[in-house]
Design a protein around this ligand. Structure first.
Ligand SMILES: [Fe+2]
Length: 273
């Protein structure tokens, strides 16, 4: 197995592993350790089936489904993320996946199905690196603060579409706003990470509205500084694994009119603390 780091803050390209093989406990431990070290792992030329992608994600814990995305027939854990001229992706901003859940995903596994010739890269940012780079005074200020994350904010464009309320009504009811600490301790590495994002975090509890929005703006801009990030250029059959607790990502929507399709599986994490 060859491991090539691709940026200072996070990200490594892994060669010499066939993710379609039976994942033995030994290989699972190696992948988990690599993920804890590099936070996002890139594998190329992995023509795995949806069931194999599901099984890969399952080494990190029980799998979660999503209320708003279509899924592969017979395998509801594999979500289809499609972007076309008629239905362009509405996700533009930096985020961690599904932080509107009480137990947000620990790990996301994304596989490239239809990849444009040019564009459609994904940016990743290390929330470990972002936290470490804050001033000591800011770290003290953030300690103990709690932020609110809300499905309704992340999917407000879909909800505003004709029929959106009807389509997503059940999802709205099942996903009321949740509270997560602004600074979390990663359950496996013990490192502190920043845990707010521009997609789902609505406000920080107990702060005046202007202070809350200014602080969130600052933290989100700070987290996306290039020094905390890496960039992945997709090729067909690429598979990317990221730690959803310690990273954020942003799709670069510069590929239309070419279509793009990705398959995603997420494993459930613990209650953040
Ligand atoms: Fe995402």
């Amino acid at each position: 197995m060859q491991v090539k780091r691709i940026a200072g803050a996070l990200g490594a390209e892994i060669k010499g592993v066939d993710l379609g093989q039976i994942l033995t406990p030994e290989i699972s431990i190696v992948i988990r350790d690599l993920l804890n070290e590099h936070e996002v792992l890139f594998f190329r030329q992995q023509a795995i089936e949806p069931a194999q992608q599901r099984d890969l994600a399952a080494i990190f814990g029980p799998l979660q489904t999503h209320p708003a995305y279509g899924t592969v027939a017979g395998i509801p854990e594999v979500m289809i993320l499609e972007s076309t001229v008629d239905k362009p992706s509405k996700i533009e901003v930096w985020h961690s996946d599904m932080t509107f859940r009480q137990h947000p995903p620990s790990v996301t596994v994304l596989r490239g199905m239809v990849i444009p010739n040019v564009g459609g890269d994904t940016l990743f940012a290390s929330m470990t690196s972002a936290y470490d780079a804050l001033s000591e005074g800011m770290k003290v200020y953030l300690e103990g603060l709690v932020a609110v994350h809300d499905f309704a904010q992340g999917f407000r464009e879909s909800l505003a579409e004709p029929g959106g309320r009807e389509r997503l009504g059940a999802a709205l009811e099942e996903n009321p706003p949740v509270r997560h600490p602004v600074v979390q301790v990663h359950p496996e590495t013990g490192k502190k990470v920043l845990f707010v994002n521009a997609l789902f975090t609505t406000h920080i509890e107990g702060l005046p509205p202007l202070e809350s929005s200014a602080l969130l703006d600052f933290l989100c801009q700070h987290a996306a500084l290039p020094e905390h990030t890496c960039r992945f250029q997709w090729t067909p059959d690429s598979v990317v694994l990221w730690d959803n607790r310690s990273t954020q990502h942003k799709p670069v929507n510069d590929f239309l009119p070419a279509p793009r399709c990705l398959h995603r599986v997420v494993s459930e994490g613990d209650q953040p603390y």
